[in-house]
Design a binder for this molecule. Structure first.
Ligand code: 5GP
Ligand code: MN
Length: 342
């Protein structure tokens, strides 16, 4: 951990002296890393005698609802009062896998108002300083990998049981796209430690990647066959899905997970975008190869952020206008896209 000094670790260790009430909040629309890192950390803290709850602002996809962890998960949108009560009676709040308060959606204001100690553990660039203790390491594949190293520094590895290890492994597995990107020597070192905790990796692989509905597979086929536009002259591609199309395929949250990656499998494509029409806005996802900055593109044009090669954002224009905005932006990035090396 390059940026995290011993004082930060000592500070976090002090916060966790005695039995504490602890809230853990991941980012909105939690993905495998958000839930995996939260449940992994939560399980270890619970194993050490703390009272812990994981509280995402909105629900997480069904393909993540199989964790062995017995840490309670309470979704703010489903039970606002209970989440508020638990949060404001907590001693410590951990913010996981996001870099600024607004990434927690409607929990933003409560995180801001929370008067106990706040700790951020995250791997996104440009962290804002809204916590007393910030562990921000952008070279990590995932927050889950980083949580493991924080636990090791705290001297807590003995409290990592198979439920915690399974959750952390899932965070690493999903944020690296099945160990295909952002991996380092440390990633595999951490994975090897987690494998010592007797986790069933075949089961996790099936639960995460081989657990789709037939409707989701048909939606993917429809996307690639009828909705993907490829712009070889810009080395870019885009897929857009309207609400009507999602309804036609009985869309449930999580069904479009991974769609944005497919165009990058096309020879010579280095930038891919996915736009999904939601209630009152359009959700954007961007993926890139090499040094083309998907995050800078998203910050500049779609009110978003993320990593160099994986970013997201949103648009308040209508669906058609959003797609047009994207395609009209491509000429101004032509030079950068054509010189992208990977
Ligand atoms: P995804 O495309 O999977 O939704 O997100 C890819 C990456 O971009 C993730 O690291 C996620 O945290 C980040 N991201 C997604 N949506 C947003 C957004 O609206 N704002 C910001 N700042 N980051 C986002
Ligand atoms: Mn992550």
């Amino acid at each position: 951990m390059k940026n995290t000094g011993i004082e930060t670790i000592k500070g976090i260790r002090n916060l966790l002296e005695g039995k504490k009430k602890i809230s853990i909040v991941p980012h909105e629309n939690p993905d495998g890393d958000a839930m995996g890192s939260s449940l992994g950390l939560g399980q270890v803290l619970k194993n050490r005698g703390h009272e812990v709850q994981v509280m995402p602002v909105n629900d997480y996809p069904d393909f993540l609802k199989w964790f062995s962890s017995d840490v309670p998960v309470m979704v703010y949108e489903k039970d606002k009062k209970a989440v508020k009560e638990f949060l404001f009676s907590s001693d410590v709040l951990f913010c996981l896998d996001f870099n600024e308060e607004k990434r927690a959606g409607h929990l933003e204001k409560m995180i801001h108002r929370f008067e106990g100690e706040k700790v951020l553990i995250d791997h996104h660039p440009y962290p804002s300083s809204f916590c007393h203790f910030t562990v921000s390491e952008i070279e990590y594949s995932s927050t889950a990998e980083l949580v493991f190293d924080v636990l090791a520094e705290l001297g807590y590895t003995g409290s990592i049981d198979s439920a915690a290890a399974e959750a952390l492994y899932t965070g690493i597995l999903t944020d690296t796209g099945g160990f295909s990107h952002n991996i380092s020597k440390n990633t595999f070192k951490v994975v090897s430690e987690l494998l010592n905790c007797e986790i069933n990796t075949d089961r996790i692989q099936s639960a995460v990647f081989h657990n789709f509905s037939a409707d989701r597979m048909k939606l993917l086929g429809y996307c690639l066959n009828e909705k993907m536009q490829v712009f070889p002259e810009y080395r870019a591609a885009v897929i857009g899905l309207t609400k009507e199309e999602l309804d036609r395929f009985n869309f449930i949250p999580g069904d479009s997970e991974g769609f944005v990656n497919y165009p990058l499998s096309i020879n010579n494509i280095v930038f891919s975008a996915l736009f999904i029409e939601k209630e009152g806005f359009v959700k954007a996802s961007f993926r890139s190869k090499g040094d083309f900055p998907a995050n800078a593109f998203s910050i500049e044009h779609f009110n978003g952020g993320g990593h160099l090669n994986a970013a997201g954002g949103e648009s308040e224009l209508n669906f058609q206008e959003t797609l047009e905005k994207f395609t009209q932006l491509l000429p101004q990035y032509k030079h950068q896209l054509l010189k992208t090396k990977f």
